[in-house]
Design a protein around this ligand. Structure first.
Ligand SMILES: [Zn+2]
Length: 103
């Protein structure tokens, strides 16, 4: 990355961001990777910050759905090994040592 007097300029950051986004798009097409690059400046326009925030939240929510679905599949195919939990609240007494499901 080019620098001016040892300091990275905003222009350099924007060029890096554009280049990285293009590379991510290519990786998404060739390798199916998901995700994005999140870069912001503290003094950036509030509407732009809000837009980036919601974009990040949408990605986090999607990732959570992927994780939840994998846990559900794992729990449905598990031949549970229940273990009594002393530290849990009144309703939860047993947790499966293999998949983390509780009852
Ligand atoms: Zn289990």
């Amino acid at each position: 990355m080019a620098t001016t007097s040892g300091v990275t300029t905003i222009s350099d950051v924007k060029m890096f961001e554009k280049s990285a986004r293009r590379h991510l798009k290519t990786l998404s097409a060739t390798h199916g990777v998901k995700g994005t690059l999140l870069i912001w400046k503290p003094g950036e326009n509030t509407d732009r910050l809000r837009k980036k925030y919601w974009c990040a939240m949408a990605i986090a929510n999607h990732l959570q759905q992927v994780i939840n679905e994998r846990e559900r599949v794992k729990q449905e195919s598990c031949d549970h090994d229940w273990e009594y939990e002393h530290s849990r609240d009144e309703r939860t007494r047993y947790t499966c040592k293999k998949c983390g499901l509780f009852r």
